[in-house]
Design a protein around this ligand. Structure first.
Ligand SMILES: [Mg+2]
Length: 162
């Protein structure tokens, strides 16, 4: 039987453009100390380029099982609901079954964790391999797909002639 490879994917700044919206609100309303504490903040986040398509592509492979593993903003109780809404808005209802909200990512067992932070929510204690999104090795979703050998041919870097 095929052993499934479990892949966890973070939300903020991996699937959702958290920092972008945070900066926009700060620029427009400097008096707001914590934009992420406002009702509606999490649901309104824009998708990070290529992220939705990438995890759908990964999930479509028989050898991978993809889950969204996101730490909540514990102070903002609306965050829990809005993360669930965001997932349905952008990925459809079936992905709501794949949403795990936990501030202790190390407690989930699996093979890969794609996250823009290497510590703080248990990432450094995760039992599998951490793919540090936003790092030099994984600056974007194309490089993540390349790692999983799923980058579409037309998006692969052009090889120089021998
Ligand atoms: Mg994050």
């Amino acid at each position: 039987m095929l052993e499934k490879r479990i892949v966890y994917v973070d939300m903020d700044d991996v699937l959702c453009a958290f920092s972008q919206r945070h900066s926009e609100i700060k620029a427009a309303h400097p008096e707001i100390e914590y934009p992420q504490s406002q009702v509606g903040f999490f649901r309104a986040l824009k998708p990070i380029e290529g992220g939705i398509e990438a995890i759908q592509r990964l999930q479509a492979q028989p050898e991978f099982e993809v889950y969204i593993l996101t730490a909540p903003s514990v102070i903002n109780v609306h965050c829990y609901t809005e993360k669930r809404q965001w997932v349905e808005d952008h990925l459809g209802f079936s992905w709501a079954e794949r949403l795990i909200i936990s501030p202790h990512k190390n407690l989930n067992q699996g093979h890969y964790l794609i996250d823009d932070h290497t510590s703080g929510k248990g990432q450094n204690l995760f039992g599998g391999e951490l793919l540090h999104f936003g790092s030099d090795r994984f600056p974007n979703w194309a490089t993540v797909l390349q790692f999983f050998e799923l980058l579409p041919v037309e998006k692969q870097p052009v090889k120089s002639p021998q």
